[in-house]
Design a protein around this ligand. Structure first.
Ligand code: PAF
Length: 295
């Protein structure tokens, strides 16, 4: 799609903007009608997980904006930026069906220029979990989400709970930078066998796809043990890691973290909220999943 195009769909239900100016114009129209705005940021390759976020945004607000942008700032040099699935026309068609009001699909130059000198530093919240193995990942996410929040000024923004560390770090940014937006965490959408939906699942071979739900099963097993009274889950977790490795997973992390500080815990206490989370590779595909635990 060319730059600077806003083309209302024939039924006048969806506007696709590829430039910031056109996005601002389309937002002014919404605000002129005193409508509230719900925002669902995505990197495209939309699946049922994304549509559940869009549904929540529709229930909570009058008009829904979906951004589709594969954000280069959140990919490391050896990560899958080039091969990340891109299917803009399909995504736009699906957004139209889902009743989205605006799709914002900028190209790289619209969001970044080469004289960018600023970044947002994160203290401690990215020391563990995905932050530990993906240096610069959450800084890249904050950079783009901060820009998008400034441009759109949404009333509500919906993110999937699968990316729980992303949500907690964005919540902190919203608080510290005074973005007037309510952050909503949407439940993880799963395939029938339990695998958390993700755009990256398309990378899995048939055999890997059969094994992939094992990560969630291990999390469920650990959760059940914790609920039945295990308050020092280290050995249990080590055992599940071994089982997953025997199935072909390469574990990045599997542990219990506090919901607030996102740091690992060894002894669990009553009346606390925890995140039981894991990330593991099957071949080149990195899978993540988590379960919230409230004792
Ligand atoms: O969750 C994602 O898809 C991305 O991290 C986000 C929030 C769209 C930022 O690029």
């Amino acid at each position: 799609m060319s730059k600077d195009t806003v083309f209302p769909d024939p039924a006048d239900t969806l506007t696709v903007c590829t430039s910031v100016d056109e996005l601002k114009k389309a937002i002014r129209n919404i605000r002129a009608g005193n409508q509230t705005i719900g925002f669902v940021p995505t990197m495209g390759a939309l699946h049922e997980g994304h549509f559940s976020l869009i549904d929540i945004a529709k229930q909570k607000t009058d008009a829904v904006i979906v951004s589709i942008f594969v954000n280069p700032a959140q990919f490391g040099p050896n990560e899958d930026f080039d091969s990340y699935p891109r299917q803009l026309q399909e995504d736009v068609d699906a957004c139209k069906k889902a009743g989205v009001d605006i799709v914002f699909a900028p190209d790289r130059d619209e969001m970044y220029d080469d004289s960018t000198y600023l970044s947002i530093k994160i203290d401690t919240l990215n020391d563990y979990m995905c932050g530990a193995s993906r240096p610069g990942f959450f800084e890249g996410i904050l950079l783009i989400v901060n820009k998008l929040f400034n441009l759109i000024e949404p009333d509500v923004a919906v993110f999937g709970q699968k990316d729980i560390q992303q949500i907690q770090i964005i919540r902190q940014m919203v608080k510290e930078f005074n973005h007037g937006v309510e952050i909503v965490a949407a439940p993880i959408q799963r395939a029938n066998d339990g695998l958390a939906l993700s755009s990256r699942n398309t990378y899995l071979t048939r055999d890997q796809r059969t094994v992939a739900p094992g990560l969630f099963r291990s999390l469920q097993y650990i959760e059940q043990q914790i609920i039945s009274g295990v308050n020092e889950p280290k050995l249990l977790i080590e055992h599940q890691k071994d089982e997953l490795e025997a199935k072909g997973f390469e574990i990045d992390y599997l542990n219990v973290f506090t919901e607030k500080t996102l740091s690992p815990v060894t002894t669990l206490s009553k009346d606390e909220r925890y995140i039981l989370a894991g990330a593991a590779y099957l071949g080149k595909t990195r899978l993540i999943d988590n379960i919230l635990i409230e004792l």
